[in-house]
Design a protein around this ligand. Sequence first.
Ligand code: MN
Length: 429
Amino acid sequence: MPLKTNLPEKKTWLPVPINSDFPIQNIPFGVFLTRDDIITIGSRIGDYAIDLGALHQLGYFKDIPLTDDIFLQDTLNDFISDGKKTWRLVRNRISEIFDINNNDLKNNEEHKNIVLFTMDEIEMQLPVQIGDYTDFYSSKEHATNVGKMFRDPANALLPNWLHIPVGYHGRSSSIVPSGTSVRRPMGQTLPAGAEQPIFGPSKLVDFELEMAFITTDANVLGEPIPVEEAENYIFGMVLFNDWSARDIQKWEYVPLGPFLAKNFASSISPWIVTLDALEPFRVASPAQTPTPLPYLQQTGKKGFDINLEVSIKPEGNKATTVTRSNFKYMYWTMAQQLAHHTINGCKVNSGDMMGSGTISGPTPDTYGSMLELTWRGEKPLTLEDGSTRKFIEDNDTVTITGYCQKDNVRIGFGEVTTKLLPVFQQKKK
Ligand code: MN
């Protein structure tokens, strides 16, 4: 099926601001609360949210095999379960409805009033009920930087790293959408030179610049997904800030890996951009030496050229961009991650989320965490208001943005923006 929706010359009858992340070539999927407090599945063009539940009830999807209530739900899980063929049919149909040469909805004021919302009339929700969340560690530059800081600069990568897309199972209960504030966590840390741990607020709260992909039901228990088929089971991608407490992490992570340093909060952008929309932005992923084992060997372009930025905004001040990275730096691809995740027969479900791991590039201005940008706090960053940061301070707002650009088409993800609140204080009785 041709991806007509991606044609660069395609235009819509809806107004789209210049440099919008959401031209008619994007057609992402999300979940929102309408002005009437109704929850619905939707899409977005420019600064308009489109109520897909209403469009379906009005008959605009009538020759696509969909259940009546598929969009009248508070998560995308069932729609994602319908599979890639259905996602494509629906995305192509939305593109047709809003094509500049299609008058059906354009000239129907009554329907437009039901279907369209401006962004300030709605509230974005978590797009999926995330059953399982896995986080990888797939940027070679990031793994090397961390290895240099915490282990041995001469042997920064652990012996398994070039052979395995290293990952761990995270926790989905604390994943929140953009706009939801998170709290500085309390926890155990071992101060430098001390022999006994102390308890208190984490002093080293950090962001991790990541992206995450959302899967559909991919396999039955016991059966792996071959690497060459893996992308068929990826619905789309979001921006992902995997909040981390470095001091808690350092004390707790031996021998089983990250735990409370990571599961206090992770934030995602609310619109899932489909892999179909990202198709024009494929690039070769970094060459892999040594050659991976056969089950991880892939052909073709499996990387994606996605520009990523992080800014920090102190309360009452302007935001300062602190890093510019790119998803194309990922050493292990999403296809390899999913093939590896299931090679033992592990089952993957609709709405599962897999984080890329912190995405650092080759130069210090492309590093994906404060840990690396300030090199463990040794080189503080100066923000535009003159203040300095080693890590994230209370009431700072951290924002990740991301977009692809080619042939005058820009496909973006919007943003994931999160304020870090001070530690929780027990109310005095
Ligand atoms: Mn992470």
